[in-house]
Design a protein around this ligand. Structure first.
Ligand SMILES: *[C@@H]1O[C@H](CO)[C@@H](O)[C@H](O)[C@H]1NC(C)=O
Ligand SMILES: *[C@@H]1O[C@H](CO)[C@@H](O)[C@H](O)[C@H]1NC(C)=O
Ligand SMILES: *[C@@H]1O[C@H](CO)[C@@H](O)[C@H](O)[C@H]1NC(C)=O
Ligand SMILES: CC(=O)N[C@H]1CO[C@H](CO)[C@@H](O)[C@@H]1O
Length: 450
């Protein structure tokens, strides 16, 4: 550094300038230079210059390769010498700090040694730039590239939300941002995030989740989420009424989506109303459970006293409109429904009727062309009388069979009774032959009819 001379060097420089013309030639001594020599080799008179040549691995001290013989036989700017070659202190790099390892603390940087840099806080490395420089053979450092730039965080992205403060062009380290969500969305995470070195938001940028509006309030009742503002998809809210009122409608509603985007409640909130059904009166019967009030939704069961039967449904529920559905039944004395005999009809009472009292009788006959039989298939002449029993059923009913078929039945019945009477075998044999003949005639008759 030519501008910065030590006191000794300054004196030598003054001597050089003050050397009067024509004075006796001054000789500078040939210096002994370890690991080097001067060129030319000798005869250094006042004002002559010499070059310091160092052995490989060495360099002129202070980088001064030229010395001048000055007055009083002194070398200017100092005695030439060779020192082990090394690089100067590494250059400074913008926004970066030099990292020296322990063995570099002596500040000796031999060719081949490396130093590295790291970015100062608030700055981040430029991708691809090597943070290391090397001391070269000519004792200069390999070029130091631009290593660091101001650290930036990515612009925060918050769908269905926004920053409370105006958006910036860039987000540098330390910047704080507050977030808010659009209507119908609720913030999940932190309302505030800060840009940290390394380009990261801490805590992470929040997100906005869809929510349902607060569940509707109802008169004379309450729901299970009072004060809730941010009920997410799938939330259930349950309603209840003040004591004495009935909940009309669905007890629960759910936060759901009808359009695939916005969230809504699954249905309207129920209502609380005073719904009372009239006291059901069932004469000759019993209502259970036994209670004094008959609110909406109450389910009653009915039964009748002995000898009486339910006319209507066995249970009924109190409806929102204050009626019983199905209607409250009645208990009627047990009766018999008009008996039904295929191909038969009622002879008396004339025309028949739907219901018959206990012990009441009905007389049945067969339609024309049909033969009346008892239930043992024994043919009967005229009519059959049945009686209505206390349980609501009839005494045994007769059968009506087509006349031809009935004849066969009659014959079979006769044969059966003959066997039962123990008739001698010979007689049975002739009897059976007669029967056979009879049946063949019957068969012929049928074939002719068809
Ligand atoms: C030192 O050497 C490097 C590469 O070998 C070269 O690029 C650079 O210019 C040299 N520096 C000087 C001052 O000679
Ligand atoms: C969701 O709600 C917004 C605001 O009420 C409305 O503009 C939008 O059309 C709705 N989306 C759908 C799919 O209906
Ligand atoms: C039916 O008749 C029987 C016997 O005659 C009698 O004991 C009973 O009380 C009668 N029942 C009715 C309901 O009239
Ligand atoms: C010994 C020797 O070579 N001396 C010479 C040094 O240089 C001066 C002038 O350049 C000569 O005059 C000397 O003879």
């Amino acid at each position: 550094m030519p501008g910065l001379l030590g006191p000794g060097q300054l004196l030598a420089a003054m001597a050089l300038l003050l050397q009067p013309a024509g004075t006796q030639k001054v000789q500078c001594p040939v210096p002994h230079i370890a690991h080097g020599q001067l060129s030319p080799a000798g005869n250094f008179t006042y004002g002559s210059k010499a070059t310091v040549q160092c052995e490989p691995g060495f360099m002129p001290q202070g980088g001064r390769s030229t010395v001048t013989c000055a007055s009083f036989g002194k070398w200017y700017p100092g005695n030439p010498s060779c020192v082990p070659g090394q690089c100067r202190y590494p250059p400074s790099v913008e926004f970066a700090e030099l990292n020296l390892h322990r063995d570099q603390q002596q500040l000796e940087f031999r060719p081949g040694s490396t130093v590295s840099y790291s970015c100062r806080p608030g700055f981040s490395p430029i991708p691809g730039a090597s943070p290391t420089i090397t001391c070269l053979q000519n004792y200069t450092w390999s070029p130091a590239p631009r290593l660091c730039r101001k650290a930036l965080c990515p612009s925060p992205v918050i769908p269905h939300g926004s920053e409370v403060s105006p958006r910036r062009a860039e987000y540098t380290v330390g910047v704080q941002v507050d977030f808010q969500c659009d209507h119908g969305y609720v913030l999940r995470g932190s309302h505030r995030a800060q840009c940290w070195s390394g380009g990261m938001w801490k805590p992470p940028v929040p997100y906005c989740a869809r929510v349902c509006d607060p569940p509707p309030n109802i008169a004379h009742g309450q729901h299970s989420a009072p004060g809730a503002k941010d009920l997410p998809y799938g939330s259930e809210v349950k309603y209840s009424c003040v004591e004495g009122l009935s909940l009309i409608g669905d007890e629960s509603i759910y936060c759901t989506s009808q359009d695939g985007e916005n969230l809504t409640w699954s249905g309207p909130a129920p209502e609380c109303r005073a719904v009372r059904c009239p006291r059901p009166v069932v004469h000759r019967g019993t209502v259970s459970p036994q209670t004094f009030t008959f609110p909406y939704g109450l389910l009653l069961h009915f039964s009748c006293d002995k000898g009486f039967g339910l006319r209507g449904a066995a249970q009924s529920q109190c409806q929102a409109d204050g009626t019983w559905d199905p209607p409250v039944p009645t208990c009627q004395p047990v009766q018999c429904l008009q008996p039904r005999v295929p191909y038969g009809r009622v002879r008396s009472p004339l025309g028949g009727k739907t219901w018959y009292q206990i012990n009441e009788t009905v007389t049945l006959e067969c339609q024309p062309g049909y033969q009346l039989l008892d239930n043992g298939m024994v043919p009967l002449e005229d009519a059959w009388t049945a009686t209505c029993l206390p349980g609501g059923s009839w005494t045994p009913l007769p059968k009506c069979m087509k006349e031809g078929d009935a004849d066969v039945c009659q014959e079979v019945h006769y044969i059966k009774s003959t066997f039962e009477c123990g008739v001698p075998v010979e007689e049975v044999k002739s009897l059976l032959e007669i029967q056979k003949l009879f049946l063949e005639i019957k068969k012929l008759e049928l074939e002719l009819e068809n």
